[in-house]
Design a protein around this ligand. Structure first.
Ligand code: HEC
Length: 140
């Protein structure tokens, strides 16, 4: 009789531990970071980015084509002036799309928005005691 109670107690304790651990694993690190909503100009820039298929050669967060560099943090790493110059004039390997000034402004606003969403590659990350990896992503 005593053994039965012990087995139930152990089973119950393991179920409780499993529930607590599952809740932690499935919720920790899933909070949405506080982001400014995308503005109208950045939204327009996203349309230009899609229209000219910039992602065919570039990446955000490592995803995209591989002919040109990753653009996730191009604004904070290299500055809006450099990004603007590449977009406005092209280079030997980057096409000049002959974009209108308002399209370039919109693209810079979009790239700034993307930049504000995080860092790529992740620079500061920590491994928690329960085994998940969290990016300590205070941008910049
Ligand atoms: C055919 C491929 C291709 C397409 C399409 C393309 N790019 Fe590029 N881009 C490149 C290459 C290659 C470079 C690097 C050029 C160099 O260093 O001479 C580059 C460089 C850049 C840079 C400078 C990044 C850095 O860190 O030096 C920016 C900003 C940029 N491109 C934005 C854009 C935008 C915005 C579009 C869409 C309107 C676009 N690119 C479309 C190939 C492309």
């Amino acid at each position: 009789m005593g053994a039965v109670i012990n087995n139930r107690a152990i089973f119950g304790a393991m179920c409780a531990a499993f529930a607590v651990y599952s809740a932690a694993v499935y919720t920790s690190g899933t909070e949405t970071p506080h982001l400014e909503p995308i503005g109208d100009q950045a939204r327009a820039g996203q349309m230009v980015f899609q229209q000219y298929n910039c992602i065919a050669c570039h990446q955000f967060y490592g995803l995209g084509g591989y002919m040109g560099p990753d653009l996730t943090n191009v604004i904070s790493n290299r500055g809006p002036a450099l990004a603007r110059a590449f977009i406005a004039s092209g280079t030997a390997t980057m096409p000049n799309f002959h974009l209108h000034e308002t399209e370039i402004d919109a693209l810079i606003a979009y790239l700034s928005f993307v930049d504000s969403t995080g860092r790529y590659p992740p620079e500061n990350y920590k491994v928690t005691w329960y085994g998940t990896v969290a990016q300590d992503d205070d941008p910049q």
